[in-house]
Design a protein around this ligand. Structure first.
Ligand SMILES: Cc1ncc(COP(=O)(O)O)c(C=O)c1O
Length: 404
C-alpha cells in the first residue's frame, strides 16, 4: 500500500499537476489488486460476486443487437431519463422534469465529480462527514473545494450538531451527504437531515446527496431523500446509479437529479468530461428502473441475510463489529488484535490469513483517526463467506503467535 502524497515541489519536479500530487491511488481498489496477488478472499471492494438479474443483462444484449451502439444524447437517453423520473416520483414522491432536471453520467462517481465541478469555485468550502467514501477527498481537491470534515462517532455514528454548525459559514458552497452510508452503515434520521437542512438554508448552501445504497436497509431503517425536505428541493443534487441496486458496478451508469439551473451547469461539465454513458447499457437501465417493488424487497432481504452471515463470521473471529443499518459494509474495531495500525493489520490479513478488507484510515483525512478500523463488505455469495470463515478461523492464533 503505497499511499504517498507529494509535496508541491515534488509534484513540480515530476512535472505532474500539484492537484494530482495531492492524493493517492484508491486504497479500496488497491486492496482488490492485493487480493488478486495473494489469492485472498476479497471482502474489500464493494462489488457483488454474484450474477446480475438475467432480464437486465438480456436487455443490454438486445440493445446492442438492435444497434443502439452510437452516442446517446449527452445528458442521457430519453428512455432512461424518463425511467429515472418515474421511479423518483414513485419512491420519493417528487416529480422531476426528465428534459431539464436529470443528467445521466458514467456512474455516480462521475455524477459527483460533475456536480462538484459545476458548483464549486476555488476556495469554496464543502462540508463532508467523516469517515467518508474515499472518492470525496480527491473530488474536493480536483474541484478546488476546501473540505471541512465533521466526525461521525461510533458506535451509532452520530454527529455533534454544534460541530456541524461550526463547519458551515459564508464560504460553504455545499455539504456532501451519503445515506445509507459507506463505510459506517449509518442511515441518517429525519431529525439529522433537518439539522443539515437548516444549516444549508441559513448559509445558502447545496446538499449533494449520494443515495446509491437507498434500497439496502435493515432493522426497520428508512431511507429519507434530502430533496423531499421542505426548502431542499431546489438546493439538493441527488445522485444515484445502477451500480449497487442492480448489481452492475461495471456498467458505469449513474445520474444526478437537480433543478434546471444546476442541471444545465452539470450537463456542460459532464459533456466535456465523458460525452456520455454507454448507450446500450442506458437502455437496459431503463428496464431495470421499472422493476416492481418486490425486486427491492427481495434485494434488501437477501442483503440482510448476508449482513448477518458476515457479522457472525467476524464476531467469531474476534472483531468488534458496528452493526450497519444500511448499505453493504461492516466497520469493525481491530484494537483487540494488538497491531500497530489498520494498514499493518490489513497487510497481515491479506497476505497471511488470505482475506482482503479496507484499512479504516482510507476513510479519514487524518489516517490516525481510522487506525483502529477495518471495513469489510458483504455483497458476496455464501461460497465466498464459507471460504472467508475458513481462513478467519485461524486469525486469532496466527495473530497471537505473531505478537510473541
Ligand atoms: C458511497 C458510494 N458512492 C459511489 C460509489 C461508486 O458508484 P458508481 O459505481 O456508481 O460510480 C460507491 C462505490 O462503492 C460508493 O460506496
Amino acid at each position: 500500500m503505497n499511499r504517498a502524497k507529494l509535496q508541491p515541489a515534488a509534484a513540480a519536479e515530476l512535472r505532474i499537476s500539484a492537484k494530482a500530487g495531492l492524493f493517492t491511488e484508491s486504497v479500496i481498489r488497491e486492496m482488490t489488486r492485493l487480493a488478486l496477488h495473494h489469492g485472498a478472499i476479497n471482502l474489500s471492494q464493494g462489488f457483488p460476486d454474484f450474477a446480475a438479474p438475467a432480464e437486465i443483462k438480456r436487455a443490454a444484449q438486445e440493445a446492442i443487437a438492435a444497434d443502439i451502439n452510437q452516442y446517446a444524447i449527452t445528458w442521457g437517453a430519453k428512455s432512461l431519463r424518463n425511467a429515472i423520473a418515474e421511479k423518483f416520483e414513485r419512491w420519493q414522491g417528487i416529480a422531476v422534469d426528465p428534459e431539464r432536471e436529470i443528467t445521466v453520467c458514467c456512474g455516480s462517481t462521475e455524477a459527483m465529480m460533475s456536480a462538484m465541478l459545476a458548483i464549486v469555485n476555488p476556495g469554496d468550502e464543502v462540508v463532508v462527514f467523516e469517515p467518508f467514501y474515499e472518492n470525496y477527498g480527491p473530488d474536493a481537491i480536483l474541484s478546488g473545494a476546501r473540505p471541512r470534515f465533521v466526525k461521525l462517532r461510533p458506535p451509532d455514528w452520530s454527529f455533534d450538531p454544534e460541530e456541524l454548525a461550526a463547519a458551515f459559514g459564508p464560504s460553504t458552497k455545499a455539504i456532501i451527504l451519503n445515506t445509507p452510508n459507506n463505510p459506517t452503515g449509518k442511515v441518517f434520521e429525519r431529525a439529522e437531515l433537518e439539522c443539515i437542512r437548516d444549516l444549508c438554508v441559513r448559509w445558502n448552501a447545496y446538499a449533494i446527496t449520494d443515495e446509491i445504497y437507498e434500497h439496502m436497509l435493515y432493522d426497520g431503517a428508512r431511507h429519507l431523500c434530502m430533496a423531499t425536505l421542505d426548502g431542499m428541493r431546489g438546493r439538493t443534487i441527488t445522485i444515484n446509479a445502477l451500480s449497487k441496486t442492480y448489481s452492475v458496478t461495471g456498467w458505469r451508469v449513474g445520474w444526478a437529479i437537480a433543478s434546471p439551473e444546476l442541471t444545465s451547469a452539470i450537463r456542460k461539465v459532464h459533456d466535456f468530461l465523458t460525452v456520455g454513458a454507454a448507450a446500450p447499457l442506458q437502455e437496459a437501465g431503463a428496464l431495470a428502473l421499472k422493476s416492481p417493488a418486490s425486486y427491492y424487497e427481495t434485494l434488501a432481504k437477501e442483503y440482510l441475510g448476508r449482513r448477518d452471515r458476515l457479522l457472525g463470521i467476524l464476531a467469531g473471529a474476534g472483531f468488534r463489529c458496528f452493526t450497519p443499518r444500511g448499505a453493504y459494509y461492516i466497520m469493525t474495531d481491530i484494537s483487540g488484535f494488538g497491531f500497530p495500525d489498520d494498514v499493518a493489520f490489513a497487510k497481515f490479513l491479506v497476505s497471511e490469513i488470505g482475506v482482503a478488507a479496507v484499512p479504516g484510515s482510507s476513510f479519514y483525512q487524518n489516517p490516525a483517526d481510522g487506525r483502529t478500523h477495518l471495513r469489510f463488505t458483504f455483497c458476496k455469495t455464501e461460497k465466498t463467506f464459507q471460504a472467508a470463515a475458513g481462513r478467519l478461523a485461524k486469525l486469532q492464533t496466527t495473530a497471537a503467535a505473531r505478537r510473541k
